[in-house]
Ligand binder design. Structure first.
Ligand SMILES: Cc1cc2nc3c(=O)[nH]c(=O)nc-3n(C[C@H](O)[C@H](O)[C@H](O)COP(=O)(O)OP(=O)(O)OC[C@H]3O[C@@H](n4cnc5c(N)ncnc54)[C@H](O)[C@@H]3O)c2cc1C
Length: 414
């Protein structure tokens, strides 16, 4: 039986570990935190489980929350061009999106992995540990997210051109007002030159609430976190930013309160792509997965989607390999197979990251205008989050976008 070691029990590591266990592999998971430490620890960036990924989780019997978490069936997108009224569209997902607090989700998956007979070791892995492990296992997968071991993998600037550092502030809140057409089945997302905001229903250990997260440029209009504000100060400042830049969001959040004193986050993120294979001092090889090798701009909301798709793609490649060795050429091919999908998420994130650099691109304004009139255009925009390769067929290319809009208008007889 093939022996696989996975270092890191986050979204990608646990998804892959469960998948391999289901196929009879001898899987060991080494991670720095127990499930109790995860449950009682810091929150992380709000995740979206998009419909396709939810399907992958169901295949592995890992969807524990569909019956209790709010279902986001549609999304409202507000775009605020300077000096003009906001453009607002509402699109339907093909299925529903769930958002579950990472502390709940990862802790439950880790405990379930042990219950199923998976081996779990709680240990903060070092480089010399990896050297030793690489001789004991057929394959070592490094799934440490933003952990320091990621430095083992060299950056690959050729695969990402517009990466920018981002500052993110997030709070979990109660008391978000509903509006006429927006209840807990609707996520809200806004984009402005000052920054982007997501306001989405989320399931936490305390029950459903809302996550409000604001992403901007370091030193930009919504980066007001240098003095390490208290949680209450952070919420107050976030409300101020909403009032100034996204008034519709302020109206919904003006009476919101924190769910507790620790469910907040302020973080700096730097999107990047790294080489997928790391070479250890002894010459052994390890394979990086998900955030270790690819992080995209949080403006695009693709982090968890990409992580799971990477895990799913690696699972297929490992099964396909059978008993043959995981040599460097094969490890690189595993990544390329994922990247044929992952680069689309990257291209989408880059478009979203750069669209306010100068004037808002004309074709985007035309798409938003059409999406306000034709629901099928709004639906296609929203459903692209689940499958960003579709954006290459229209949204990312002005010629193709206009061709699509003309087809829609012709179908509608206008
Ligand atoms: C630049 C950037 C942009 C992002 N954008 C988005 C976004 O747009 N949307 C979104 O949903 N998410 C986003 N994220 C968040 C991220 O993509 C998700 O949180 C995703 O879960 C990452 O999955 P993962 O499996 O790679 O790592 P994680 O889920 O972070 O898991 C890492 C695991 O490794 C463990 N670990 C770390 N070091 C060690 C060690 N030395 N030994 C043992 N264990 C260790 C940790 O304890 C943890 O269990 C972003 C993150 C970054 C950095």
């Amino acid at each position: 039986m093939r022996k696989i070691l996975i270092v890191g029990a986050g979204q990608s590591g646990l998804h892959l570990a469960h998948g391999l266990l289901s196929h009879g592999y001898d899987v060991t998971l080494i991670t720095g935190q127990t499930s109790i430490e995860i449950r009682t620890g810091r929150p992380s960036i709000t995740q979206f489980t998009l419909p396709t990924v939810l399907g992958y989780e169901r295949e592995l019997q890992l969807d524990f929350w569909s019956s209790v978490a709010p279902h986001m069936e549609k999304f409202n997108v507000h775009m605020y061009p300077p000096g003009s009224p906001p453009m607002v569209i509402q699109g339907r997902n093909d299925g529903y999106i769930l958002s579950v607090d990472r502390r709940v989700k990862m802790a439950d998956w880790l405990e379930y992995f042990e219950d199923r007979g998976g081996k779990v070791v709680i240990h903060g892995v070092t480089l010399s540990d990896l050297d030793y492990f690489s001789r004991m296992f057929d394959l070592v997968v490094v799934a440490v997210g933003a952990g320091e071991l990621g430095a083992l993998f060299d950056r690959d600037p050729s695969r990402i051109s517009a990466a920018r550092e981002r500052v993110l502030a997030q709070v979990y809140i109660d008391g978000v007002a509903s509006t006429g057409d927006s209840d807990d089945t609707t996520g809200w997302v806004a984009t402005t030159p000052a920054g982007n905001v997501f306001l989405v229903p989320v399931l936490t250990a305390q029950g459903p609430c809302h996550s409000l997260f604001l992403v901007g440029e370091p030193g930009g209009a919504v980066d007001t976190w240098h003095d390490k504000p208290s949680p209450q100060q952070q919420l107050d400042r976030m409300k101020d930013h909403l009032r100034q830049h996204m008034p519709e969001y302020y109206e919904r959040c003006r009476n919101a309160v924190l769910i507790d004193g620790k469910s907040r986050l302020i973080e700096r993120l730097h999107p990047q792509v790294r080489q997928p294979v790391g070479r250890l001092p002894s010459g052994g090889l390890v394979l990086g997965i998900a955030d270790v090798v690819v992080t995209t701009d949080p403006f695009g909301g693709q982090g968890w989607n990409n992580s799971t798709r990477c895990a799913k793609s690696y699972l297929t490649s490992i099964l396909d390999r059978g008993d043959r060795p995981f040599d460097e050429a094969y490890l690189r091919r595993m990544f390329e197979d994922f990247w044929s999908y992952g680069q689309s998420a990257e291209m989408w994130a880059q478009m979203i990251s750069t669209m306010w650099d100068t004037e808002l691109p004309e074709h985007l304004q035309e798409v938003m205008g059409a999406a306000m009139v034709y629901p099928e255009v709004a639906d296609r925009w929203i459903q692209g989050w689940d499958y960003p390769p579709d954006y290459q067929n229209w949204l990312l290319d002005p010629v193709l976008a206009r061709k699509y809009l003309a087809e829609v208008a012709a179908t509608r007889g206008r």
